[in-house]
Design a protein around this ligand. Structure first.
Ligand SMILES: [Zn+2]
Length: 488
C-alpha cells in the first residue's frame, strides 16, 4: 500500500483545536480529547455517515475514525479534515490532492471490508514547513498505484443507450421543488446582431464596440466547499504548504503550468499574503485578464451562480489520469433546489428524462438501498440509467464561445461542430423537449436523483460534427475537457 489514506486536521479558522469524539455525531459528548489544527498523517481507520443524519445543505456529514499518535482512536467530522491517498476502500477513490473531506462525494465500493490501520510514516511529508522561495527538489513522482478494485464513478456510462421512456411525452415533473420561473433572474436578451433589412452600403453598422474594459489582473477564485490546500510546486508530488485558501477568496495568479507533458490538469501559482503557493486548476475559477496565461476568457459561466462548489473534474481516456477517479463530466455540489441555467447564447432542449423511480422522499438510488455504482442502476431506464432526472441541451456552432469553436475545429469536428450538454441528477426540470432556450434561461434545479450521494450537478459535455441529435451515445464523449465550454 504505497499511498495510505490519511487525514490532516484542517479545522476552522477561528479555533486552534478540533474535538475528537467517541462516535460519529456531535452528541457523543463530551469529546474524548482535542487535537491541534495542523496535525497530519493520521491514518483513517473507518468512515461512517453521521449517526443522526446531520447535514449541511442536504449533504450528510461523514465522520472519520482516526488513529492518533497518543494510541487512541476517535471520530472527527469530514468538514474539519483534509484527506489524501487511496480511499478506495471507503468509496473515495484515490485522492491525489489533499481535499477537504466534505467536498468529496463518496461512491461506495461494495463488499470490501474496512482497511486495516495504515502504518504511520510512509505518508507524504507534513505541511507546516515555511514556503521556500525555490521548492526543494520534489521526490521522484510516485504515481499512485492503480486501485485494485475498479473505481465506481458517480456516474458510469450506461451499458445500453437510454431510449426514450415509453410513458410521458409531456413533462410532468415528478419530484419536489417546483421551479418558479419567477425566481429566474431576468435574462438579458439574446445577443442578436442588428441585421439591417436593407443593405446600407453608405453607413455600415459600426463594429460592435469592444468595451474598453480596464485591464484587470488575473485572479484565481476558490470554488471549493471550504478552504483549499496548496502545494510547494505544480504537482501532488510536492508537499503541502499548510496554507489554505479561502472559499470565494481571490488570489493573484502569478503563472500557470501544466502538471507535466501528459497531464490534463494545470496548476495555478498564486499569491497568498505575499507567499507564492500552487493550487490545481480544478479547485479554482478565474477572472480578469487571463489571455496572457492561456486561459480563455469567453467561456460560458458555470451553470449555477456562485452558490456551488467544486467536487470532481473530468477524467477520461485518452487523457485518463489513473491517479484520479474516472469521471466523464464535472460534479458541482450545491443545495437541492439551487437553480441552474443554460448558456448565454441560448440552446435547444433535445432530450428530457424523467426518473420514474426517483421520489421526492427518496430521490437517489442510495436512499433506496442500492450501493453507489450498482450495475443494475445503469441498465434501468426507470433510474435514468443512473443519471436520474436529466436534460440534454444542444449548443450549435454559432452559440459556442469562439475559443470552444476553434478548439473543436482543431480536433476535426469542422465548422458545424455542435456541443451537447447533459445536466444530470436534477430535482425539477423547468423546460420541455424541443424547447428553444433564451440566453441564460433556467433549465431546472439541482437535485440528488439517480446514482447520486448528495445534491449536485453532473455536467457532461459531448461533441458532434452535426447538430442533429440521435441519442446521447451517438455523440462523442472523451474528446475534450469540459473546460473547453464552461468556466467553473
Ligand atoms: Zn458526476
Amino acid at each position: 500500500m504505497s499511498n495510505p489514506f490519511v487525514a490532516y486536521v484542517s479545522g476552522i479558522p477561528s479555533r486552534p483545536t478540533v474535538n475528537v469524539r467517541s462516535g460519529p455525531n456531535t452528541s457523543y459528548d463530551p469529546p474524548l480529547f482535542e487535537i491541534p489544527v495542523g496535525t497530519s498523517n493520521l491514518p483513517i481507520v473507518d468512515v461512517r455517515a453521521d449517526d443522526k443524519g446531520a447535514n449541511l445543505q442536504g449533504k450528510t456529514y461523514q465522520w472519520f475514525r482516526l488513529q492518533f499518535p497518543n494510541g487512541q482512536q476517535g471520530w472527527i467530522r469530514d468538514d474539519l479534515l483534509t484527506v489524501s491517498g487511496n480511499g478506495t476502500a471507503f468509496g473515495y477513490g484515490v485522492v491525489t490532492t489533499g481535499t477537504v473531506a466534505f467536498n468529496l462525494i463518496r461512491s461506495f465500493v461494495p463488499n470490501i471490508p474496512a482497511q486495516p490501520i495504515m502504518p504511520v510514516g510512509v505518508v507524504p511529508s507534513a505541511p507546516a514547513a515555511p514556503v521556500p522561495s525555490v521548492p526543494a527538489a520534489p521526490p521522484a513522482p510516485t504515481i499512485p498505484a492503480a486501485p485494485t478494485q475498479p473505481m465506481a464513478p458517480v456516474v458510469v456510462t450506461p451499458v445500453t443507450p437510454p431510449t426514450q421512456p415509453a410513458a410521458p411525452t409531456v413533462v410532468v415533473v415528478p419530484v419536489v421543488i417546483p421551479v418558479t420561473t419567477a425566481a429566474v433572474p431576468v435574462a438579458p436578451p439574446a445577443p442578436v446582431a442588428p441585421a439591417p433589412a436593407v443593405p446600407q452600403p453608405v453607413a455600415p453598422p459600426p463594429v460592435a464596440p469592444t468595451p474598453a474594459l480596464p485591464a484587470t489582473a488575473p485572479m484565481a477564485v476558490i470554488k471549493t466547499m471550504g478552504a483549499a490546500p496548496t502545494r510547494l510546486g505544480p504537482s501532488t508530488t510536492f508537499a503541502r504548504t499548510g496554507i489554505l485558501l479561502n472559499r470565494h477568496g481571490r488570489y493573484s495568479i502569478l503563472e500557470v503550468q501544466r502538471e507535466n507533458a501528459n497531464q490534463r490538469y494545470r496548476w495555478f501559482r498564486v499569491s497568498s499574503n505575499g507567499q507564492a503557493v500552487w493550487i490545481r486548476e480544478d479547485l479554482v475559477s478565474y477572472e480578469g485578464d487571463t489571455s496572457a496565461l492561456g486561459l480563455p476568457a469567453d467561456l460560458y459561466p458555470a451553470p449555477m451562480i456562485e452558490k456551488y462548489w467544486w467536487v470532481r473534474g473530468y477524467n477520461m481516456a485518452p487523457n485518463l489520469d489513473t491517479g484520479l477517479v474516472q469521471h466523464d463530466g464535472w460534479d458541482l455540489g450545491a443545495a437541492a433546489g439551487e437553480p441552474m441555467y443554460c448558456g448565454p447564447n441560448g440552446g435547444t432542449v433535445v432530450k428530457i428524462n424523467i426518473c420514474t423511480k426517483c421520489t421526492a422522499e427518496k430521490p437517489s438510488t442510495l436512499m433506496n438501498g442500492y450501493s453507489i455504482g450498482d450495475p443494475a442502476i445503469f441498465n434501468d431506464p426507470a433510474w435514468g440509467f443512473g443519471y436520474g432526472n436529466y436534460v440534454i441541451v444542444r449548443y450549435t456552432s454559432e452559440q459556442l464561445p469562439v475559443s470552444t469553436r476553434q478548439l473543436l475545429i482543431s480536433r476535426g469536428f469542422g465548422d458545424t461542430a455542435t456541443m451537447f450538454v447533459m445536466y444530470a441528477h436534477m430535482a425539477a426540470m423547468a423546460v420541455r423537449e424541443g424547447q428553444v432556450l433564451t440566453s441564460g434561461q433556467q433549465i431546472g434545479t439541482c437535485g440528488n436523483t439517480g446514482n447520486s450521494e448528495a445534491a449536485h450537478l453532473h455536467l457532461e459535455v459531448r461533441a458532434s460534427k452535426s447538430a442533429q441529435f440521435t441519442g446521447w451515445f451517438n455523440v462523442r464523449s472523451g474528446v475534450m475537457d469540459a473546460v473547453a465550454l464552461f468556466k467553473r
